[in-house]
Write a protein that binds this ligand. Structure first.
Ligand SMILES: Cc1cc2nc3c(=O)[nH]c(=O)nc-3n(C[C@H](O)[C@H](O)[C@H](O)COP(=O)(O)OP(=O)(O)OC[C@H]3O[C@@H](n4cnc5c(N)ncnc54)[C@H](O)[C@@H]3O)c2cc1C
Length: 374
């Protein structure tokens, strides 16, 4: 392993920081929902936003490589020893008021925030029920599901700017939030210490714009709003059916969620893909091909393409340590004994297979540390 700048002096200063616990035993396999990844130099558990700021400033000043981690549900981390320090966000305080203002510490479990908001009759995040991970990570890739995304309700984030070391509230509009993207993703420019949301207070959900969810509830138009608790229950049921809620005993959920983003392509590419499907699978399948207008072109369904490229649920089958989920082709899973190398090999096979058949290159959604699909 390369020499780290984590000197005994830095180590001692970390140990003396208030609300910080040093943990030398935890590995990335313990920290990630894929249960994969090797050993960092050290895990620094931070119980307050002040502790996070102090630790990150200290490590940055000494040029010690660090990775901010919360729920570990969007990370693919290399096997073996990693020359980096994990700053683990455990600042989990949440406040909400009758006017629908919610402030959550970055380390708060996201689904607990949703559950508490729904219990309080607040609306706007019920469609984001069951998404694993932390509140602070929700703006990082603008998490979304079932027709809603955090951008719809996010007012501002408390951000530690790692270039200046300063902490300030940054309006959501300055984060360039887009489909599974913000200007915080894939950069180390800042750490979200807390988020502020503005929710509705009439007990009703956001408009039910996602067909599958609307149908499940019996809603008739895309603008109907339903009681928040009913929507949360329906979303959780749908997600459980797809293995998209983490259940430790179910290897179909040892994943990073959707492994590839839905590709946005030029309409001419979408036409070409549809033609290929028409020629190989017939009109009925081709006519049902999902394609939706999106900024930059048309959005196709990654799961649909993966299936049409010949990768079925559970691929490559019993006994393989890394497999597609048996519930959803878009989730790559660790069946218990996989290494990151196994998972990456499967990811490459799927990406290359789709590219060979359709000429579309799928792009992974999670953040990769110490390893790459290329
Ligand atoms: C079963 C399953 C289902 C999922 N379903 C969805 C879904 O429906 N929609 C969706 O959008 N995502 C989904 N995901 C992906 C994932 O849950 C989200 O991206 C989640 O927000 C990640 O949060 P985390 O705390 O686990 O982040 P981590 O995995 O700990 O970190 C992910 C990245 O964000 C950075 N990061 C984390 N916290 C902060 C912070 N406070 N400040 C700055 N950077 C930070 C990390 O450094 C890392 O680069 C799913 C994942 C799983 C396993």
């Amino acid at each position: 392993m390369t020499d780290s700048s984590l000197t005994p002096d830095i180590h001692a200063r970390l140990a003396q920081t208030a609300d910080v616990t040093l943990d030398e035993a935890t590995t990335f396999a313990d920290l990630t929902t894929l249960h994969l990844g090797g050993r960092p130099r050290l895990v620094v558990r931070c119980a307050t936003a002040a502790a996070v700021s102090e630790v990150v400033r200290l490590l940055d000043a000494a040029s010690v490589p660090l990775l901010v981690v919360a729920g570990g549900s969007n990370l693919v981390v290399a096997d073996g020893d990693l020359d980096l320090v994990v700053v683990l966000l455990e600042n989990d305080q949440v406040t909400m008021d009758a006017a629908g203002r919610v402030v959550a510490g970055a380390g708060a479990e996201w689904d607990a925030v949703v559950a508490a908001a729904v219990d309080a009759g607040l609306g706007g995040i019920e469609c984001l029920s069951g998404i694993p991970g932390s509140a602070g990570a929700t703006p990082v890739q603008n998490v979304g599901a079932y027709g809603a995304e955090i951008a719809d309700v996010l007012v501002q984030v408390l951000l530690l700017d790692r270039t200046t070391g300063e902490v300030s509230w940054v309006p959501a509009v300055d984060l360039d939030l887009a489909y599974r993207y913000s200007n915080l993703k894939f950069t180390s420019r800042g750490v979200v210490l807390a988020i502020e949301l503005q929710l509705t207070t009439d007990g009703l959900s956001a408009p039910l714009r996602f067909g599958e969810l609307a149908r499940r509830l019996g809603a008739t138009s895309g603008e109907e709003r339903w009681p928040v608790a009913d929507v949360r229950a329906a979303v959780l049921e749908l997600r459980h059916g797809k293995g998209m809620v983490v259940v430790e005993s179910d290897h179909d959920t040892w994943s990073a969620g959707s492994f590839f983003t839905n590709p946005v392509v030029d309409p001419s590419v979408a036409d070409a893909v549809q033609l290929l499907v028409r020629e190989s699978r017939g009109d009925e399948d081709a006519d049902r091909m999902p394609r939706f207008p999106a900024p930059g072109g048309e959005k196709l369904s990654a799961a649909w393409l993966i299936e049409r490229a010949g990768f079925t649920r559970g691929y490559p089958g019993e006994g393989a340590p890394a497999r597609l989920s048996t519930k959803h082709t878009l989730a790559l899973t660790n069946r218990g004994s996989a290494t990151t190398a196994d998972l990456v090999a499967l990811a490459r096979e799927v990406r290359d297979g789709v590219r060979e058949v359709f000429g579309v290159t799928l792009v992974p959604e999670p953040v990769w540390i110490g390893v790459s699909i290329d």
